[in-house]
Design a protein around this ligand. Sequence first.
Ligand code: VGL
Ligand code: ZN
Length: 206
Amino acid sequence: MRADAALLIVDPQNDFMPGGALAVPHGDEIIPAINRLALRFDKVILTQDWHSPGHISFASSHPGKLPFSTIDLPYGTQVLWPDHCVQGTRGADFAERLSVPQAQAVIRKGFHAHTDSYSAFLEADRKTHTGLAGLLRERGVSTVYLCGLALDFCVAWSALDARAAGFEAIVIEDACRAIDTNGSLDQAQRAFASAGVQRVTSDVFS
Ligand code: VGL
Ligand code: ZN
């Protein structure tokens, strides 16, 4: 791929694989496709969900609350999740079959105890930047292709924030899988349309 394009591989981690703490249905199926896709790009960046123990996004941190329910936090509504991607655990490691040794950076996110971050660019407080926009700009990137997990959460928020930061954003849909809870997938697809996030399939690379 041209030097002004980057592939952002979102959260390809054990806890999002079948059997993981927050398994995304069929999440493992996309790993071979991601490995192949990554060979087409000069610039490959990974994201890694990386929560502190007892993170505010965990249902277990809110007595009486169940996973997949919501609470209101100072920054807005937060979906509560099973404990997942805890810093330094095997669940937070990249999936075993992921093979992208050429990746040039790993952006960790969600490490602030009181703030979640689905987006690779901007935390859920919508104020705290991860530094990814600056990194991409300084490396001459203007177009961000996205793949990974989950399409309706971390991929979606990252794609929308890429657009908001002035990048072209293109989601490679067959190299993503969704959680699809409470209409989240429909909502993401509507948001892509209104924000100008493009959707392609990986055959455009073959
Ligand atoms: C994600 C929910 C919670 C994701 C991360 O990677 O899409 N979803 N943490
Ligand atoms: Zn998370």
